[in-house]
Ligand binder design. Structure first.
Ligand code: SF4
Ligand code: SF4
Length: 304
């Protein structure tokens, strides 16, 4: 057993912006919604989402005898944004790839509390395993899942990476989920340029510019390409309009500061964007997820 208070205190010291603790149980409340969402094809080309259903709904498949999910959030909101005329890059991808940063921090956190690393009784994840990250963050009391499908932390907003420690150890205290505070607001649904938010918490990835410019390996359908504007990689619109993000504060994580080369990117220079330039500018960035070919496809679709 470990102390919930101690891990929260250490999480703060490690640099996380929020930490909560949930007891492992099957995510029954999500199962029906998730199955229907998949059946309707809303996951677009992300066929991997059809795999590992049982693990997705219960992380006991990832760590034998899992009892606890420790959920953490790390702010990535940039201090300085690219100018509006520059090609838009999702804020989360401004700096160094978050996978490395968060895994290292989770390791530091867990070893500070238990003296153990990522083996045996605990495993660490950040967007790296079939886990319903936002569900666990909600269950661990970090915030609620907004109509734009993002985890919103009261008084802090939604520009956060999520990470988890799944462990077979029990905590001496578990947190309670927070209530939904979207209320009658529907700004995100109204602002989405492609109507990809087809209802509260109902994202159709086939229409989402974030999916289409990052995960998608095919062409961008003409109807959605016409809405791209200057989005080169990702789309932050449904978060930018969210009133809870008026609380967003710049990240304190040095690694998330943008590489200076990012600020020199101009739409007109992208026409002959070479693989060498791509490797130089996005060397350690999450932008590499779109791959060079994907970025070139996005460049061709940018509005002049
Ligand atoms: S990321 Fe952009 S396209 Fe996708 S749902 Fe949000 S506003 Fe719509
Ligand atoms: S914009 Fe409004 S409805 Fe959408 S997530 Fe934010 S608070 Fe909820």
């Amino acid at each position: 057993m470990f102390s919930a208070a101690e891990i929260k205190e250490k999480a703060k010291k490690t640099g996380f912006d929020a930490c909560g603790i949930a007891q492992v149980a099957t995510a029954d409340s999500e199962a029906l919604f998730f199955d229907r969402w998949l059946k309707e094809g809303n996951h677009a080309g992300m066929a991997y989402m059809e795999n590992h259903r049982e693990i997705r709904l219960n992380p006991a498949g990832l760590v034998e005898g899992a009892k606890t999910v420790i959920s953490v959030a790390l702010n990535y909101y940039p201090e300085q944004k690219l100018p509006p005329e520059a090609p838009h890059i999702a804020y989360y991808a401004y700096g160094k790839d978050y996978h490395f940063v968060i895994k290292e921090m989770l390791n530091e956190l867990w070893s500070a509390v238990t003296g153990q690393t990522d083996t045996g009784t605990a495993r660490f994840f950040t967007d790296s395993a079939p886990i319903l990250e936002r569900y666990w963050a909600w269950k661990a009391g970090l915030g609620w899942i907004g109509k734009n499908t993002n985890l919103i932390i009261p008084g802090k907003g939604s520009f956060f990476f999520l990470g988890e420690i799944v462990t077979s150890l029990e905590a001496d205290h578990y947190d309670m989920p927070q209530k939904d505070r979207c209320g009658s607001c529907s700004r995100c649904l109204e602002a989405c340029p492609t109507e990809a938010l087809e209802g509260p918490r109902h994202l159709n990835a086939r229409k989402c510019l974030s999916y289409l410019t990052i995960e998608n390996r095919g062409e961008i359908p003409a109807e959605q390409a016409a809405c791209l504007g200057n989005r080169l990689y990702g789309c932050d619109t449904c978060q930018e309009v969210c009133p809870w993000n008026r609380f967003a504060r710049p990240t304190r994580i040095e690694a998330f500061r943008p590489a200076p080369a990012l600020f020199s990117l101009r739409k007109e220079d992208l026409k002959g964007f070479s693989r060498e330039e791509y490797n130089r500018i996005f060397a350690k960035s999450a932008v590499k997820r779109a791959k060079y070919e994907g970025l070139i496809r996005n460049i061709h679709n940018l509005k002049d």
